[in-house]
Design a protein around this ligand. Structure first.
Ligand SMILES: [Zn+2]
Ligand SMILES: [Zn+2]
Length: 580
């Protein structure tokens, strides 16, 4: 082979792991780059990178063909050769104790370490079980000084198994010219920390307002109306997790971990309608859509209007609304892009303000509206056709733009007035980025806004239609008013606003920004009756801040259960007579 040619193709492989601590079940997706060494040009011929994942092997010091499941802690503390500390079982360890003990004595007599420290170490303990997989392929084992390695995968990505728990993984990469099958780079070796277990979930329960429901199923239909549940959750797009969350260990910030934990949490709630915000467009397509389809959901998705380049592709985040396909069918869908709705307001302003006001109002936020109908088979049991309009919104987050937040919320309501027949009940879920008693919140729940001292540099407020007839209530505030003496839950509500103390939590501030609004009007054909809400979390539950290993977003999930009642139902009539 021509030496100069070999030299000119020499390159270097770089491997970066977003976290060095692998978690069982969470894919490790290394970032791998190949570049030419020194001033020479990048390799021009075809090459590929070969990957080999290894798991650290531990064998019994007595039975060399058996995996170790036990380690003598005294050996570790006495710095006795690691291999001699491993045993296949506690029985094996005890059987060999007479011989084993002499190693401790010998080490203590010859050791230069502090004798008292050594005396303290006499008791022996155990380490966690390593897993009991037998050695399947002897040729795949690589000996390396003290450590032995078992080849576990030849793919770029690796999902740690329970057998990997507590063990170190090793990734070897090399750039290979696949036409001649020769290495183009030195071997790159990356070691991980020992693999850790996936944390155990902390369940959250539904707290009922009234006596226990007649039916135990959350998505049942009966003569007493249709019971269903709605979840609203801003899941924190991976686009926004760079460097801000120093209080969260890096392994719990990696998307491959967060998506796993978020999906587990979302599935656990088993909601009939799921409104997610900040769903990144690529993560929607390659993860949430397929995973929740498997769980029996249909989905509509709308992404924000400005995309960003991640180095691989253009992505953005958006709102995804999932609904159970055995309970609902899509009747109609509408997408609202707030930056396309600015013209009437901007044109009403003085001409010299229009340019700047237009730039200020044109934020890329969106809302997704879907009208769901219950399928025909329900009608035979209920004798009333049921429709519900589900809105999933994510309002502008920048605190410098309160006027833009109000513009977007008012525009949303204006659009719904155009779209909706008055008899269809509404559910408006989402991250409103507005605290209780702020202008957008007041406008939603009171149906009007008369006075505001908010920042409004271009006089936008006076050109908005600041009233609506939807008769909306916030589910959590309604619950907060209704719970009475259930102290444990009331402690997580703000006693003035009756809204949750927080739905967003960082070490700098905690706020309530998310809501589930619903039509609380008993004069329309089908009304919604709030039955319960998912219990809240407070500072004590959330430790240092969100996200955390346990909770994988900076927001908490909100969920409410409802009963949809026909107009002539006795419960509806009773409520009309006594609206308290
Ligand atoms: Zn020992
Ligand atoms: Zn043994």
């Amino acid at each position: 082979m021509d030496l100069t040619e070999t030299h000119s193709y020499k390159c270097k492989v770089n491997v970066t792991l977003r976290s060095t601590k692998p978690v069982v079940g969470c894919e490790i997706n290394p970032f791998v780059s190949v570049r030419s060494e020194g001033p020479l040009p990048a390799p021009s011929r075809d090459y590929s990178v070969s990957y080999k994942w290894y798991r650290e092997q531990k064998f019994c010091s007595i039975h060399h063909d058996k995996m170790a499941t036990f380690q003598c802690v005294s050996c570790v503390k006495l710095n006795i050769t690691r291999k001699e500390s491993y045993h296949c079982s506690t029985k094996c360890f005890l059987n060999s104790w007479q011989a084993h003990m002499w190693r401790h004595r010998l080490k203590m007599e010859t050791s230069t370490d502090d004798k008292q420290t050594i005396r303290k170490l006499r008791s022996c303990g155990s380490w966690p079980e390593f897993g009991s997989e037998c050695l399947s392929n002897e040729k795949a084992v690589v000996m390396e000084e003290e450590k032995e390695w078992l080849l576990v995968s030849c793919s770029k990505n690796y999902v740690p198994k329970m057998d990997d728990l507590g063990l170190t993984l090793k990734l070897e990469c090399v750039a290979v010219d696949f036409s001649s099958n020769t290495a183009l780079s030195d071997l790159n070796v990356t070691l991980t920390d020992p693999v850790i277990e996936f944390p155990t979930a902390q369940p959250r329960c539904i707290v009922q307002i009234q006596c226990p429901r007649e039916s135990s199923s959350l998505c049942s239909t009966s003569l007493n109306g249709i019971h269903f549940s709605v979840l609203s959750y801003n899941i924190l797009s991976d686009l926004y997790t760079n460097q801000k969350y120093h209080y969260c260990p890096s392994w719990a910030l990696v998307w491959e971990y967060r998506r796993h934990n978020l999906l587990r949490e979302i599935i656990e709630y088993s909601a009939d309608i799921i409104c997610l915000q900040e769903v990144q467009s690529d993560h929607f397509e390659n993860f949430f859509k397929p995973e929740l389809t498997k769980e029996g959901y249909m989905v509509v998705y709308k992404k924000r209007t400005n995309e960003v380049y991640t180095g691989k592709q253009f992505v953005t985040d958006g709102c995804a609304t999932f609904y159970r396909n055995d309970l609902f069918k899509e009747v109609a869908k509408y997408e609202i892009e707030f930056n396309k709705k600015t013209s009437p307001v901007v044109e009403a302003l003085k001409s010299e303000l229009r340019n700047e006001a237009s730039i200020r109002l044109k934020k890329d936020n969106i809302a997704l509206v879907v009208i769901l109908g219950t399928p025909k088979y329900c009608h035979t049991y209920n004798a009333f056709p049921s429709r519900v309009c589900v809105v999933n919104a994510h309002i502008c987050s920048d605190p410098k733009f309160p006027d833009v937040k109000l513009f977007q919320v008012v525009t949303l309501i204006n659009e719904l007035e155009k779209i909706l027949q008055p008899e269809i009940p509404l559910l408006i879920c989402g991250d409103f980025n507005s605290v209780p008693k702020s202008d957008p919140h007041t406008f939603m729940v009171t149906g009007r806004l008369e006075y505001s001292d908010s920042v409004d540099p271009y006089g936008v407020y006076q050109h908005l239609k600041l009233d609506h007839q939807f008769s909306l209530a916030s589910a959590y505030a309604s619950f907060g008013l209704a719970v009475g003496k259930q102290e444990r839950h009331l402690g997580k509500f703000n006693l003035k606003t009756r809204e949750p103390i927080l739905t967003f939590f960082s070490p700098r501030f905690s706020k309530t920004l998310d809501y589930i609004f619903f039509t609380e009007c008993f004069l329309i054909v089908n009304s919604l009756e709030l039955e319960g809400v998912l219990e809240l979390l407070d500072n004590k539950d959330l430790a240092a801040g969100l996200p955390s290993p346990l909770w994988s977003s900076d927001h908490i999930a909100l969920m409410a259960t409802f009963r949809m009642l026909p107009k002539n139902h006795p419960a509806t009539a009773r409520k009309q007579a006594d609206p308290s």
